[in-house]
Ligand binder design. Structure first.
Ligand SMILES: [Zn+2]
Length: 535
């Protein structure tokens, strides 16, 4: 067994080199994803053993403990903290003001025969340095029980690294299929391993309401369940209690991941209307369809009724109190305005507010909600339709309609921030290949995701400061079991991790493919299913 783990390092020693690598020239034995900014491979190796200790200042002791929790189970070593055994090797974590140019997330990793040193300007960077260190060890370091017969050896390297984009996200749709805490934690673990830092939870939609709201217990009592006539398996329904969310937020924050809640409005709200039919234009009886098909009911709030805003503001107050994230996502997509056209309440609102049409009514709706969110010290994100009918300057746009990049250009030119999640590359419910209904592309392969360049085409010269980053979206109406969901997301998420982190000049598909093969074993140990293709 040992020989297998030695192979990568034999390759390294054959190609031992001095000086930074150039584009696409990652050393064959360095199998890290995402590829760091600068790597210098040195001669020699560091071997973690029973006498290795960890050293860290009081201000980052928590990261030292986290590092030990990562390395101890598989190796079986105690890794004492701040108890240096003279003459033996050590792993040191250290904050340094001199590294401010690497930003909040950047870090340096220097490995010699005797010492591993991770330095960073902020604790966030220390954590990412720890992830790189984990990836340098044999994949078995991810196992939760002691693994015999492995030499815990890593190559001597100097790495200087920082991310390209600050937003490197994944959206999970909890409405069409509910995913529990255990499953979500598994995703947080995997995201952190690949330096992804935003989990966007799509908590409400036509197919179910998934968050406890104290003021409206009816929402979860009724709208977290599918209508029994559809015979949906029980595990697909449910909701998060406030304690569940607090636990997830804490768990994610310890791993540099911020959770962003989404509460949909004004469209995609059948589930709320099934509980409070009076909030639609028609007041008709609405039922929850598990896959969004079936009889067409009202699916949007009436923008003319004050009761709509009373409910939304009460809900948002609880959401804002629960999630520490700077952002609240309010949906805003695919609102059918046909009912607004015929509704006396909406027509009165349009007249009273001096609006031109229903598009401006949606824009007015979003701005009213944004004012409320801002008054609580938070920022609003919405799907790109929030730009229809006029966009507030402080809103952040989540761009999804691939092919319509003009939306991004206009928003950025107006000074808005944008997060790139286009259907053309980053919709992970879409298939890897082949034709698909309502789907204009010939599959989204892992390579297609890898080739995604957010600032290209008409966005080539766009102000990059307003492109916050990239995010994959997973809608759960087709793949509704854990293995199927995993295979839709992995390994495409690894491509995205590199798109979000690594400068485009350092990205190279052939080299990535080699590293990806190595990472499949890591995914095995993270208990994640994946599509085993390099296409
Ligand atoms: Zn109405």
């Amino acid at each position: 067994m040992k020989l297998i783990f030695l192979v990568p390092f034999l390759i390294i020693s054959l190609c031992a080199m001095k000086g930074p690598l150039t584009a696409g020239e990652a050393p064959k034995g360095i199998l890290i994803i995402p590829m760091p900014g600068e790597i210098t491979v040195l001669n020699g190796t560091f071997v973690m053993n029973g006498k290795t200790s960890i050293q860290a200042g009081q201000d980052i002791l928590v990261k030292a403990e986290q590092l030990r929790a990562y390395l101890s189970p598989a190796s079986g070593y105690m890794l004492p903290i701040n108890k240096i055994i003279s003459g033996e090797n050590l792993i040191e974590l250290k904050l340094s003001n001199e590294l401010s140019s690497l930003g909040e997330e950047g870090y340096k990793l220097n490995i010699t025969n005797q010492k591993v040193l991770i330095t960073a300007y902020k604790i966030t960077g220390i954590f990412w340095g720890i992830q790189t260190l984990r990836q340098l060890f044999p994949n078995e370091i991810l196992r939760e029980a002691e693994v015999a017969g492995v030499t815990w050896m890593i190559p001597c390297v100097n790495i200087v690294d920082k991310p390209r984009f600050k937003w490197r996200g994944l959206m999970i749709d909890y409405s069409r299929t509910f995913w529990n805490t255990r499953h979500t934690k598994k995703y947080i673990d995997a995201m952190a391993f690949y330096k992804m830092n935003r989990l966007h939870m799509h908590l409400t939609d036509d197919q179910g309401w998934r968050l406890q709201i104290d003021k409206y217990p009816e929402l979860t009592a009724k709208a977290s369940k599918f209508d029994t006539i559809y015979h949906e398996p029980k595990e697909r329904e449910g909701f998060y209690s406030k304690d569940d969310i607090r636990e997830l937020v804490r768990y994610a924050a310890a791993k540099n991941i911020e959770i962003i809640p989404e509460i949909e409005m004004p469209g995609h709200t059948s589930e709320v209307l099934s509980v409070f039919p009076g909030l639609s234009c028609t007041g008709e009886l609405v039922s929850i369809h598990p896959n969004g098909k079936g009889k067409v009911n009202a699916k949007e709030f009436c923008a003319g009724k004050e009761e709509t805003f009373t409910l939304l503001q009460n809900v948002l107050s609880e959401v804002i109190e629960l999630f520490p994230s700077k952002y609240v996502h309010i949906g805003g997509d695919e609102c059918d305005k046909a009912r607004w056209e015929k509704c006396p309440f909406d027509q009165k609102r349009i007249k009273d507010e001096g609006l031109k049409d229903e598009n401006e009514l949606q824009s007015w709706f979003v701005r009213r909600i944004e004012k409320f969110i801002n008054s609580k010290g938070k920022k609003l994100i919405g799907w790109d339709e929030i730009s229809q009918g006029g966009l507030s300057k402080s809103a952040t746009v989540m761009f999804w309609r691939g092919g319509k990049e003009k939306i991004v250009l206009d928003a950025v030119n107006q000074g808005n921030d944008v997060i790139m999640t286009p259907t053309s590359h980053l919709y992970f419910d879409y298939p890897y290949g082949g034709k698909y209904t309502d789907y204009p592309y010939n599959g989204i392969s892992t390579e297609r995701v890898y080739a995604y360049e957010p600032c290209s085409g008409i966005l080539k010269n766009v102000n990059p400061e307003h492109i916050l980053g990239v995010q994959a979206n997973f809608w759960s109406h087709i793949d509704r079991t854990e293995p199927r969901m995993d295979r839709q997301i992995f390994p495409r998420l690894l491509s995205l991790a590199e798109v979000g982190w690594t400068e485009s000049k350092n990205r190279n598909w052939d080299n990535f493919s080699l590293r990806l093969k190595h990472q499949y074993k890591s995914l095995d140990f993270l208990n994640i299913y994946y599509m085993d293709t390099n296409n």
